[in-house]
Write a protein that binds this ligand. Sequence first.
Ligand SMILES: NC(=O)c1ccc[n+]([C@@H]2O[C@H](COP(=O)([O-])OP(=O)(O)OC[C@H]3O[C@@H](n4cnc5c(N)ncnc54)[C@H](OP(=O)(O)O)[C@@H]3O)[C@@H](O)[C@H]2O)c1
Length: 242
Amino acid sequence: MTTIQNRVALVTGANKGIGKAIARGLAQRGLTVFLGARNRERGEAAAEELKAVGDVRFVPIDVTDADSVANAKRVIEAEAGRLDVLINNAGIGAAPGSRFHTPQEETAENLRAVYETNVFAIVTVTNALLPLLLKSDAARIVNVTSKRGSLGEEGAWVGQPNMTYSSSKTALNAITVHYARSLAGTSVKVNGAAPGHVATDFNGFRGTRTPEQGAEVAIRLAELDSDGPSGLVFEDDRQLAW
Ligand SMILES: NC(=O)c1ccc[n+]([C@@H]2O[C@H](COP(=O)([O-])OP(=O)(O)OC[C@H]3O[C@@H](n4cnc5c(N)ncnc54)[C@H](OP(=O)(O)O)[C@@H]3O)[C@@H](O)[C@H]2O)c1
């Protein structure tokens, strides 16, 4: 078992919901956690609360803003020198002011807005942080995805129509595989974590799981041994089909 004592993590979108629960869980396990949030007030408040459980530090990061991402990298480099765990958690369900649409109702503009956060930003953040991750002897990248993104998964289409969100997570799953393959010769493992239906702002708190339950799979993937998988997507212990 790889020890995660004294390891360093960044969780994006960690001021609330699943991201905050992941940050709490990693801090409880002894990691130094950079709690990423785009809003300073909300981020500082969450980090302050989590300081009760461990070494949690607010870092401002808007994942869609390359300058903000570069600044977060500089902060982590200055304070910690490397990164062992990157949790790409920040995500949105629909374009601002929009909602879930059927494909026929949807606009390219809405699709682009959701992809900016759920897809394009993953590349911005991951590439910016990779130099720090490559300094780790056992780096883990966890992309927080959704069962709705798994095209081959039974039951993934239940509920409201949501082509935009679902397909953004399908693209995220594909990106996860590409990074995993590309980094196969390094100490970096890249996997997707589907949290299940979690009660957060994201769904008006209609989810059936707590944020802590939703965080478990991401925390497990952040703790993978060197013989653990890379390039797969899990909900709990179960590998999701494409
Ligand atoms: N809840 C579920 O049932 C469920 C199921 C499957 C997957 N997921 C995934 O789980 C992840 C977390 O969702 P959640 O349920 O915890 O939702 P949430 O409570 O709405 O939290 C989303 C977080 O992402 C942040 N965020 C959004 N855009 C951002 C940006 N451009 N830069 C930085 N942070 C940004 C939000 O910050 P602000 O507070 O500033 O808006 C917030 O901290 C998402 O990727 C979501 O797709 C959730």
